[in-house]
Design a protein. Structure first.
Lengths: 296, 294
């Protein structure tokens, strides 16, 4: 990528020669970059800074007390735990779905491929009430599960179902292109050397798709932790049992407890930043692994 | 969502299953297909079917009545307004950011791309909260806004702001990789031949990226019309005034008007389906265009 040279300053040549200004052939760099930075700062960076300043403004004691109240701690455990589990389930089934879409022929394949993106396009509130209707005691699936003593709606299990729904496309859509680009020669070589199909998958295919799988996992996880719309309908929102962290922010706001809301939001934001960095690293690794950088 | 414009589904029809090295035993294939498709039906098809069945449970009369009552109509109007403001704004931003990032070299480019992606990794609830902290009665600009009788939070401007925030990266993140992949040779040739920057963009760059651009726009629009969490925080839920369609669904649902809630929800589900159809169409056109080039 041509940008890599710019991102690595301080090479030997740069140290000895006077630094030349890069020659720009194409016009419009100043105005477009200026507008980009202005718009980004105004709408995203400054408002986000406001959260941190607000959190800092109330002192550390107040921040800590609000961010680690028992009910809030319980919500972290639930939000992160359910999001992790949902992302892990999506890794398994996302890989199976991506594999089926790339490798197998079956009727309705085009339709399945198109509908995989449904959770991106369907408003979360709609998903939330639809899943609740399905899994409530009198719903299609609730009726089937209830006799087994399995309650899904209005329990943490319902939260898991909603988070699986919204995270589903991430793994499929990150793994699918990698599988499509994978050369069959590698598997042929493995087979000709006497590997079983399972050995080939484990030792040849899996290492190739691993970065994409992890990226998909991280994307689904990040989305699930912050998810609100699809979860609140099915969660039941019972204190200490099925309250997710974003709901804690809403309920603090409804009580005009801005300190509490800001403290919890700060914790979530810090976590988002860390995850965003991790995802960027994973994507760079994935791109290097698959040689996508030099691809036209 | 990335790279979805270049799908090669079906291009390798039967390629894998006729090759003994890439073929699984039939029982493995059947098990995987059953697992994958079972999961697909359980988590994607059933909820979609449920929306429409629940919406029509009490017949077409109730269905239509739920859609034409004044509160629903005003919710539709506000949803359209939010999308009409946020999509063009983020379109202009996306094009401008992609031009700066993909066609020029500068330090900190990667950091800028990461910042542009930020709104995707921020919880929608936090996205709403930041505007309450800035413009709410207790916020930084709260007293000043109150003194000048300007309402942002719990009013329409707040809803629009929150919508712009959550849909911020869509166009930019579709365009940046696409324009980077296309390089800058064609633009440089046009410039050397005397085209102005605007002419270069309009006649050289835009035709190359139009499908990616459209793709970003429809995704941006779908999210703008369907956003719930962020809008919910800044809305104040005033019926007929600050209710968007998703918020209207919530209110009806919480009032146990299930048929009406699902009727309004089915409108949004239709929007999602139209979005997916448009997306397929764009992918098809984009693959045609790339074949022509080859």
């Amino acid at each position: 990528m041509s940008s890599s040279a710019v991102l690595q300053p301080g090479t030997a040549a740069a140290a000895t020669l006077p630094r030349r200004k890069p020659r720009r052939v194409l016009p419009g760099f100043g105005p477009t970059l200026g507008f980009t930075l202005f718009y980004l700062s105004l709408l995203v960076l400054l408002p986000l800074t406001a959260v941190f300043l607000k959190a800092a403004g109330h002192g550390f004691e107040a921040f800590w007390a609000a961010a680690t109240a028992p009910r809030v701690l319980a919500s972290y455990k639930l939000s992160f735990g359910a999001a992790l589990l949902a992302a892990a389930i999506n890794v398994v089934f996302g890989l199976i779905l991506a594999w089926s879409l790339v490798r197998y022929e079956f009727p309705g394949k085009k339709l399945v491929d198109a509908l995989i993106d449904l959770p991106f396009a369907l408003p979360t509130a709609v998903a939330g009430i639809a899943l609740t209707a399905l899994y409530a005691g009198n719903g299609w699936l609730g009726k089937l599960l209830e006799p087994w003593g399995l309650k899904v709606a209005f329990t943490p299990l319902g939260i898991l179902v909603a988070l699986i729904f919204i995270g589903l496309p991430f793994v499929v859509r990150t793994v699918q292109p990698v599988l499509e680009d994978m050369e069959t020669e590698l598997e042929e070589a493995a087979a000709s050397l006497g590997a079983h199909r399972w050995q080939t998958f484990r030792l040849v295919v899996l290492p190739i798709v691993l970065p994409a799988l992890l990226t998909g996992f991280a994307l689904a996880f990040a989305r699930a932790v912050g998810e609100y719309g699809s979860v609140i309908f099915i969660a039941g929102n019972i204190p200490m049992v099925s309250e997710i962290t974003p709901l804690m922010i809403i309920s603090k706001l409804e009580q005009y407890d801005y300190v509490g809301a800001t403290a919890i939001a700060t914790v979530m934001l810090l976590f988002s930043f860390v995850l965003l960095l991790a995802i960027n690293g994973l994507q760079a690794w994935s791109a290097r692994r698959n040689g996508l950088e030099g691809r036209k | 969502m990335s790279g979805a414009v270049t799908s090669t589904l079906g291009a390798a029809k039967g390629r894998y299953q006729s090759n003994p090295a890439t073929r699984e035993a039939p029982w493995v294939r059947r098990t995987l297909l059953a697992l994958g498709l079972g999961f697909f039906v359980l988590f994607l098809i059933l909820p979609l079917v449920a929306v429409f069945t629940e919406a029509l449970r009490k017949g077409w009369d109730t269905y239509l009545a739920a859609l034409i009552e004044p509160d629903a109509v005003s919710a539709i109007q506000l949803t359209l307004l939010a999308a009409l403001v946020s999509v063009p704004l983020n379109l202009v931003f996306g094009v401008s950011a992609a031009w700066a990032i993909a066609k020029h070299d500068f330090r900190g480019k990667q950091l800028l791309i990461t910042f542009i992606d930020l709104p995707f990794s921020v919880s929608p609830v936090v996205a709403g909260l930041i505007y309450v902290l800035l413009f709410g009665a207790q916020g930084w600009f709260g007293p000043w806004l109150q003194a000048h009788d300007i309402k942002i939070v719990f009013a329409v401007p707040g809803i629009v702001l929150a919508t712009v925030f959550v849909t911020f990266p869509f166009v930019a993140r579709e365009l940046i990789p696409l324009m980077q992949a296309q390089g800058r040779d064609e633009e440089e040739a046009a410039t050397v031949l005397g085209a102005s920057g605007w002419q270069t963009f309009w006649h050289v760059t835009l035709p190359n990226v139009k499908w990616g651009l459209l793709y970003g726009v429809i995704l941006c629009n779908a999210r703008a019309m369907g956003e719930f969490g962020a809008v919910s925080v800044v809305s104040g839920h005033i019926r007929g005034q600050t209710n968007t369609l998703p918020l209207h669904v919530e209110i009806l649902y919480n009032e146990y008007q299930f048929a009406a809630a699902f009727a309004v929800a089915s409108l949004l589900a239709l929007l999602a389906l139209v979005t997916l159809v448009l997306k397929q169409f764009i992918e098809w056109r984009a693959s045609l265009a790339s074949k022509e080039v080859q």
